[in-house]
Design a protein around this ligand. Structure first.
Ligand code: GDP
Ligand code: IMO
Ligand code: MG
Length: 437
């Protein structure tokens, strides 16, 4: 029963989409298990760029089963737009299946997301505005609408009769001028339900079945560990559980069926939205990295804040998810700098801090301590070709030293090295590809 979970080890946008797309070639099924269309996973295939928000990146590999699991929250209009967009570009979506237990993002969730952000005044989270917090809040409060209900033409309108007036009361109390139109929502979402019905099923059964048949199943995480609702830099986090354990719960399989966990580590750190970021570079260097790395959000187009690699963050992520391998991405972006820094620990009042504290006031006071490494020259086209052909031995020695420091500090082998946006711009250092039971 070989299975592999791929999750973000920082604040999201580590390059999970590209890594999943690469690994999906070897898998039979790819499963998203949490988050919603706050995610933006970019995959470059040849000269074509795909930005996926809800559909698992495995959809770009013909014949693979693509599953949206029970832990995902689905904006049905956005999902249909994404499916139409993929089909118009020749990507078949016939292998997609959607969990009947996944919760639906309703229009009032998006409105409440905006209203709550406005009310936070100075303490904005900087959400993507997609309704993620409010839909997960409703799920936990047992006020959610599930996909199985959306496609039920009797139950869905009945449920809205109670939910829409309730949400109107809350919007009114927030001073939001929006009037929710019950009949219009019934009709719009009813039509989404009719279009999506063909994909909706008990996906947990499908994933269990695939694993029982020894098929290779890839679990595609969204967001990153420091955005996790429990373990992240709360309240500047997303509203789902982003650590590896949720791959089981969010797709309906036993945790004993998760074999391997790859933590995607971007060679430097980025963050979108508000919240503390100890190794942030607020100077020209930060801007240079942002430009070289194309660090602009896939979902909202916002500029991502950039900083040095923070191993306190990635070690913390490893302690939560148990990485069996690191997929190191975007190391190519660091070419051409005289020197590079990696944060190995923080200090606070003369004390060494090796774990991300829960209290953000403490985290803000932490001073990152760096190991300084020599940079390497950016390889030209021919140099990159040589590296991709010859593999690890052809890497500049300074890049090898950078990789070694990460491995040593984290105690986890680097198994994939991302050297560019394209599918083939990756070094595969895996000794054994997939575990077998
Ligand atoms: P995700 O949300 O974790 O899937 O990451 P995003 O897609 O939001 O952001 C990662 C960006 O980096 C995308 O534009 C990718 O095409 C790009 N990318 C991924 N891996 C690499 C890499 O190894 N090198 C370079 N230069 N770009 C990469
Ligand atoms: P991927 O999967 C980076 C951030 C938002 C905001 C916070 C809460 O592409 O890595 P939300 O809309 O989820 O309530 O916003 O979380 N955020 C992400 N940042 N990558 C993501 O996803 C993110 N999804 C949410 O910017 O700070
Ligand atoms: Mg992203």
């Amino acid at each position: 029963m070989p299975s592999l979970v791929v999750i973000g080890s920082q604040w999201g946008d580590e390059g999970k989409g590209k890594i999943v797309d690469y690994l999906a070639e070897e898998a039979q099924m790819v499963v998203r298990f949490q988050g919603g269309n706050n995610a933006g996973h970019t995959v470059k295939v040849g000269e074509e760029v795909f930005a996926l928000h809800l559909v698992p990146s495995g959809i770009l590999r013909p014949g693979k089963k693509a599953i949206i699991g029970n832990g995902v929250v689905i904006d049905p209009g956005v999902l249909l737009g994404e499916l139409d967009g993929l089909e118009s570009r020749g990507v078949s979506v016939k292998n997609l299946r959607i969990s009947d237990r996944a919760n639906v993002i309703m229009p009032y969730h998006r409105m409440l997301d905006g209203a709550e952000e406005r009310m936070r005044k100075g303490a904005k989270v900087g959400t993507t505005g997609r309704g993620i917090g409010p839909v997960y809040a409703d799920k936990i409060a047992r006020l959610g609408v599930r996909m199985g209900e959306l496609i039920d033409e009797d139950k869905f309108p009945e449920k809205l009769e109670f939910l829409v007036p309730l949400k109107q009361l809350i919007l009114d109390a927030y001073g939001d001028p929006t009037r929710l139109d019950l009949e219009a929502i019934k009709s719009e979402y009813g039509s989404y339900g009719r279009r999506l019905r063909q994909y909706v099923t008990d996906t947990g059964a499908l994933v269990n079945d695939a694993l029982a048949k020894n098929r290779r199943v890839l679990f595609e995480g969204a967001q990153g560990t420091l955005l996790d609702i429990d373990h992240g830099t709360y309240p500047f986090v997303t509203s789902s559980t982003t650590v590896a354990g949720n791959a089981a719960s969010g797709s309906g399989v036993s945790p004993l069926l998760l074999d391997d966990v790859y933590g995607v580590v971007k060679a430097y750190t980025t963050r979108v939205g508000e919240g503390p970021f100890p190794t942030e570079l607020k100077d020209e260097l930060g801007k240079t990295i942002a430009e070289k790395g194309g660090e602009f959000g896939t979902t909202t187009g916002r500029a991502r804040r950039c900083g040095w690699l923070d191993l306190v963050v990635t070690k913390y992520a490893h302690s939560l998810s148990g990485f069996t391998g690191i997929a190191l991405t975007k190391i190519d972006v660091l070419g051409g700098f005289e020197e590079l820094k990696i944060c190995t620990h923080y200090t606070l009042g003369g004390r060494k801090v090796s774990r991300v504290p829960a209290d953000l006031r403490q985290l803000e006071l932490c001073e990152p301590r760096y190991t300084v490494l020599d940079g390497w020259d950016e390889p030209d086209g021919a140099g990159m070709k040589r590296i991709l052909a010859k593999g690890y031995p052809a890497l500049p020695p300074e890049m090898k030293a950078y990789i070694k420091l990460i491995e040593r500090q984290m105690g986890v082998p680097v198994v994939l090295v991302g050297l560019g946006k394209r599918r083939n711009e990756i070094l595969d250092l895996r000794k054994k590809k997939w575990k077998r039971r």
